[in-house]
Design a binder for this molecule. Sequence first.
Ligand code: HTL
Length: 641
Amino acid sequence: MGRLDDIHGPADLKRIPREELAAVSEELREEIIRVCSRAGGHLASSLGAVELTVAMHYLFDSARDRFVWDVGHQSYGHKILTGRREQMPTIRTHGGLAGFTTSSESEHDALTVGHASTSLAAAFGMALARDARGEDYRVLAVIGDGALTGGMALAALNQIGHVKPKMTVILNDNEMSISENVGALNHYMRHLQVKPWVQRAEADGKRAVADLFEPLANLGSRAKDAARRLLDPASNNPFHAMGLRYVGPIDGHDVNEVLYFLEHIDELEGPTMLHIVTRKGKGLPVAESDPITWHGASKFDPTNPVPSGKPYGWSNAFGDAAMQLAEQDDRVWVITPAMREGSGLVAYSKAFPDRYLDVGIAEDVAVTTAAGMALRGEKPIVAIYSTFLQRGFDQVIHDVALEELDVVFAIDRAGLVGGDGATHQGVYDLAYLRAVPNLEIGMPRDAEQMRSMVKAALDLGGPKAVRWPRGSVEAASDAGPDDWMPIEWGTAEVLKEGTEAWILALGPMVDYALEAAADDARIGVVDARFVKPLDEELLLRLAKSGALLVTVEDHNLPGGFGSAVAEFLADTGVNASLLRLGVPDVVVPHGDPKRQHEELGYGPEGIRHAVLSRIDGEARMPIEVGSETSESKAFEPDVVK
Ligand code: HTL
């Protein structure tokens, strides 16, 4: 690959003549395409950030300065330039590189991240820490226009512009979140580019330079050129109004232009926002024309890039059910915080544009908007990933649950999620939702049950959560909602009788339980279906039988389904013996979920072994609740990193 072969770290890049950086950028782009064609990953976002990445590493020192990448999914170029090129084909796989920046992976990764909109607050904190210690390093945050829709980012800007530490905020504006970006700021940024007042600032360039960007004033024609792009400080630019110096918009694919501005901003005091305009998917025509599909790519043939079709999944099943429910009742809405594709809502958004709302990467806003709607008699469904609902927790309690509002939380990606890893694992929602009064929680084991639960949740009213995992599922029948399988809320279902042990499994763990119990008449299987309320009658009956109770959940054990059962048994005073299987108190990184379930002791084999070792008194499983392996530490996959 020419120049890239000689770059083993940022120091090697710095030795390359400046005129060759455009060529280096092209090579880096090809390398990202090559890596993603073999491993999959966040291709389009990383392609859009190539020139920025090269310019930042050329000018600054990521081991000492702090590069804070928002979400961290656009960092493939950064990883390649910081000595991780050889490992890139392992990205997002068991034991391989993480898909996002991760501080334990490299000294060049300033922040462990995966959720959006954190970069500005984190960078702000770093700048304050630097100044408090009288240290001298740069802090640069890179945030996409999508991530800027998050309240955290906007609230951090408000602080940055108030306290005014020296730092650079690079707004990487490609007009896209995962789908088209939304919101008023997004419109404003388009307006900046079509420029009635950018032109005015151009005409007024010298004054802008004098007022705003003094170091450029003496730099001759280049400075004048730059000055044309500066905005009049008296104008109503919101970033300027928030106290940041605003520079841009500039062409983020002209590496010299990016270098030029970064270099000069570096000489200035206080916070500066550099607005760069980029193209998501830049350099791969299919990704440029369809950045949504290529946002997160599966493996592909680089000579003939065709997106691989995704099998029918739980998200599709939800989208289909939501369409039918909205058809039947015109008070049904679906709200998504920027996850239209991932939540299976593309068809719904087209069929019911008036009862579909994408609020941007603003989970808190999604939840409280639903509360507002419910207060006025609408029936909102908040379609949200388990991991992202963490951002809306206060709103679930304060705005929905205390008022007992009719809001349904359709929680996707509940369980281990695979390649996205630690930041995206959906293994905490039961723990935090169980603690919320008035809120009830179910987990179906198939698509038929899922749609019945969502319908029942809407019909019954009150705050309700229905959760399901990532992955494929068999489609439900095409019956209309009136003919969907009725489900009695709060009841479990006995699927297989047993005598000595009962496995109480949640959602798709039911299949594992059936496999584990197959051919053993002593082991019974219950599809628990609800975590709150529990089917107390059934639980009591099973507990009193003297049999071993075994809970299985794809969720963290502290606070999860097993905890709910343990609490119930403790409160009733029944002397039952209980074994809880699930994620012990560890951080689970990226990897293949099925394999991780086995390694954590709750795959079919693990369940069987655990149950038999209890009822037959055999050796115990290596990972057990309460043993020293369950301490809070990173779960080490057995593949060498
Ligand atoms: N909500 C939160 C809090 N965090 C994340 N990461 C998401 C949702 C999901 N998500 C991404 S990447 C992404 C979203 C919404 C779009 C970011 O758009 P941006 O960057 O404009 O900031 P771009 O991709 O370069 O256009 C992931 O989970 C990876």
